[in-house]
Design a binder for this molecule. Structure first.
Ligand code: ARG
Length: 280
């Protein structure tokens, strides 16, 4: 008689889709002002280390078979490395960003000009304040939109009207998680991971209804910006310190790929913040 061996839990086969990203080298990165609770101007950053860490992220995408476009960093714009905030691109159509804080306002036109050179169908300048993919996360035929700290809810309506895609507004309530992409990660076309406490009770209810099988991150994962992750449907590139989240993802059949962006974390950003997806 053959013994019945315990079988490893086999997750769903996850399928990666090649992506096109826009990134900005942190040539001028520093923490010279504080516009979120992570930023402490007295701490000092190691720019060489930031550059090496960023380069590892770029190489990780290339190794996974993705395309990476670059935008020239502008002196005096230390947060420009956070390319996710530079716009929103869906089906070859782009909406530019309009930043909340004066320090980052000039990044809006800089990113808009770069988006105009990517061969997209249409590039539109924004009306209301919106911080791009920091607060707009796309999955399937839906856009999840954050508000509370940066993006004006009027921009949610603007995105729905421009793209003709349903936009679901979500209220952020914890200043540590000031952009939606610090509290929620899109895993594929139908599922997400998030930190419930970062959202208002009503928004938590909405997330529960939309994503009953979502991965729920612990506070420990959230405070290392573990949810600031980029998924291609199979590989989830995320901060290496988010080990519980990585384990949960592995359980679900995803392949977590940890990277260390400790220097950029000093400005309140990590993997996703550095990455704007250009969707064809
Ligand atoms: N220092 C930047 C800011 O506060 C960090 C931006 C992070 N980007 C993001 N997509 N969450 O605006």
């Amino acid at each position: 008689m053959t013994a019945v061996l315990p079988r490893p839990r086999v997750g769903t086969e996850r399928v990666a889709r090649p992506r096109r990203y826009l990134m900005c080298r942190p040539d001028h990165f520093e923490v010279s002002y504080a516009i979120n609770p992570w930023m402490d101007v007295t701490l000092g950053v190691d720019r060489e280390l930031a550059l090496r860490q960023w380069e590892t992220l770029r190489q990780t995408y290339l190794d996974l078979g993705h395309e990476v476009e670059l935008i020239d960093p502008v002196p005096g714009l230390p947060d420009m490395v956070f390319a996710a905030n530079g716009g929103l691109v869906i089906e070859g159509q782009a909406l530019g960003a309009r930043f909340t804080h004066d320090e980052r306002v000039p990044e809006g036109p800089a990113y808009l000009r770069r988006l105009e050179t990517l061969g997209l169908k249409e590039v539109t300048a924004p009306v209301a304040v919106n911080e791009g993919e920091g607060d707009f996360l796309t999955l399937g035929d839906l856009v999840l939109a954050g508000t509370g700290f940066r993006t004006d809810p009027r921009a949610h309506a603007e995105v729905q009207e421009l793209f003709g895609i349903p936009v679901v507004s979500l209220q952020l309530v914890d200043p540590r998680f000031y952009h939606l992409d610090t509290a929620l990660a899109v895993l594929d076309d139908s599922n997400v991971a998030y930190f419930p406490e970062a959202f208002s009770p009503g928004s938590r209810g909405v997330l529960q209804r939309l994503f009953p099988d979502a991965v729920l991150a612990t506070e420990g994962d959230a405070v290392v910006l573990g949810l600031n992750a980029v998924s291609d449907g199979r590989h989830v590139v995320l901060p290496a310190a988010a080990t519980d989240l990585a384990a949960q993802l592995r359980e679900r059949g995803y392949e977590p790929v940890g990277v260390d962006l400790s220097e950029l974390l000093k400005a309140g950003g990590s993997v996703k913040c550095c990455t704007l997806e250009i969707r064809a």
